[in-house]
Ligand binder design. Structure first.
Ligand code: SAH
Ligand code: SF4
Ligand code: F3S
Length: 485
């Protein structure tokens, strides 16, 4: 991306009205103030960003951190013992638990701010798009300095500038945005892999889900912008990318010149130097034959498909507004397994959706047993205010839900362990991601099918793709041995 050099910006004039120029102007303005503070304190100013949500939320955090670093902050992580001067929580509201976590942390931040009154606290992300949340924060957590939503993350510098110059708390939540502001700075968490947004928002309105309300209408980025970003990432050492969208299968439908997701994948595949392509998430209703064909012949698309089931009951799927039924889902999953035999299939399942009977639940278990997911995320239904499901009368009692949840989890784990066993003794290409958290003589890598494997190695392997023999399956992961070239 053609990032603008802040040193070349004239900060004496009026702010530009076009983006991203306006934000670069505010970054330069903020940097002047931050440098002054650094001189006064004679130490760096530290920032910390925390992500509470999904991969898209994490990608937003990288953009926000990019801006914070441009304006002069030094990034620290959660593990650092230094107290940050700027703390940013990028929130999620997909389930009640996600919200509770943020409130818990805010209680703790109150004390931190008493010790360190100069510290700036900012909240952004999906939770902030809910009016009741913002009201609650204003009332119960008035020490929060900056609140903004999901549509104006690109404005971080402008908002910080306003906070620093007016000394008033700044709350700026847009209700929608059609524009996609390109070419802002970004601070990547990993040097060798990166998420790439291909679309924003969601138009599917699954009846339990709050995402369409907090992320707005579906907007696709132009293929040329996506390709340009990926080429730049590859030039910068990235070998694996994950294309991100709430429903990547409907990518490109609303562009002036429509492009299918499968076609986009073909374009991305052509980028020299890029080794692996992942994507998240695929809605079963829009998964095309074309996509299966492209995946099948691809050398770079990873052998992993996350295909959220949500429920195995056709009746529940209908009230969930998922636009497929049990039979259609099974037929699709079986076709994928047939066409791409080494693919790993993973899923999301919700237990306890309003009106779910024992029979409906048995349908879910039945699909799980038939498809034999390599792994599955299981969730207890969480009532989200404003969604149609929250108004449904027949909510399922908690004890019933818990019992079903435990039964499902047991089934999912048993199958997943059996699936993992199948690959023991075989050798796979593995992208080394990190030093093992518990044993520093080991490294952790990821296979094309998204399984992780731990094996002897050191720092110099990080970011490299190596061959690893899987010696032992440990439920969700493997222990292995690297093979010499
Ligand atoms: N766009 C993705 C999902 C994003 S949210 C898709 O459709 O596949 C990730 C997962 O959270 C969903 O797949 C769903 O299983 C779960 N989820 C969403 N809303 C929920 C709710 N109200 N209660 C419980 N789980 C929920
Ligand atoms: Fe939510 Fe459904 Fe959109 Fe996924 S596709 S984000 S579950 S509304
Ligand atoms: Fe959560 Fe928002 Fe993602 S609600 S799951 S962070 S889109």
């Amino acid at each position: 991306m053609n990032e603008i050099n802040l040193d070349l910006i004239d900060t004496t004039g009026e702010p530009p009205v076009t983006e991203p120029e306006r934000q670069y102007y505010y970054m330069a303005k903020c940097r002047e103030i931050i440098s002054e503070k650094i001189r006064e304190k004679q130490r760096p100013l530290y920032c910390q960003t925390r992500t509470f949500g999904c991969q898209m939320n994490a990608k937003d955090s990288e953009k926000l951190t990019g801006i914070l670093k441009q304006i002069g902050y030094t990034e620290i992580t959660q593990e650092d013992t230094i107290e940050p001067d700027f703390i940013l929580y990028n929130t999620c509201t997909v389930r009640e638990n996600a919200n509770l976590k943020v409130y818990g942390h805010l209680g703790y931040l109150k004390k931190q701010k008493q010790r360190h009154p100069d510290m700036l606290i900012a909240l952004c992300g999906c939770m902030m798009q809910e009016e009741t949340v913002v009201e609650k924060i204003k009332k119960s957590y008035p020490f929060v300095d900056l609140i903004f939503g999901t549509y104006n993350i690109y404005q971080l510098a402008e908002l910080i500038y306003e906070r620093l110059t007016t000394k008033k708390n700044v709350i700026e939540i847009l209700q929608a945005s059609k524009d996609i502001v390109e070419e802002l700075p970004i601070e990547r968490k990993f040097s060798f892999k990166s998420g790439v947004n291909i679309m924003f928002g969601c138009d599917n309105y699954c009846s339990y889900c709050i995402v369409p309300y907090v992320r707005g209408r579906e907007r696709s980025r132009k293929p040329e912008d996506i390709i340009k970003e990926i080429k730049k990432l590859v030039a910068d050492g990235v070998v694996e990318i994950m294309l991100l969208g709430q429903n990547v299968n409907s990518y490109g439908k609303n562009l002036e010149q429509p492009v299918s997701f499968a076609r986009l994948l073909e374009m991305v595949e052509e980028i020299d130097g890029l080794e692996r392509i992942r994507f998240m998430t695929s809605h079963p209703k829009d998964l095309s034959e074309e996509l299966i064909a492209v995946m099948k012949k691809s050398k770079k698309i990873c052998r992993h498909l996350h295909l959220p089931l949500q429920s195995g009951s056709s009746h529940i799927l209908k009230t969930m507004n998922r636009h497929y039924d049990k039979e259609k889902y099974i037929a699709l999953a079986e076709k994928i397994r047939r066409e791409i035999p080494d693919v790993s299939l993973t899923t999301d399942i919700i237990v306890g959706f309003p009106g779910e009977t024992e029979e409906d639940f048995l349908d879910t278990l039945d699909v799980v047993k038939r498809i034999r997911y390599d792994s599955a995320y299981t969730f207890i239904y969480s009532k989200r205010t404003g969604t149609p499901a929250a108004r449904m009368a027949n909510q399922v009692p908690e004890e019933v839900v818990k019992d079903r949840f435990n039964r499902l989890l047991k089934e999912v784990q048993t199958i997943s362990a059996e699936q993992t066993m199948k690959n023991v003794g075989k050798t796979f290409e593995v992208l080394v991601e990190d030093i093992n958290e518990h044993d520093s003589s080991l490294v952790t890598g990821r296979m094309s099918n998204n399984s992780t494997v731990h094996f002897k190695g050191n720092q110099s392997l990080i970011g490299k793709i190596v061959n690893v023999r899987l010696d032992e399956a440990k439920g969700f992961y493997y222990m292995g041995t690297m093979e010499e070239e």
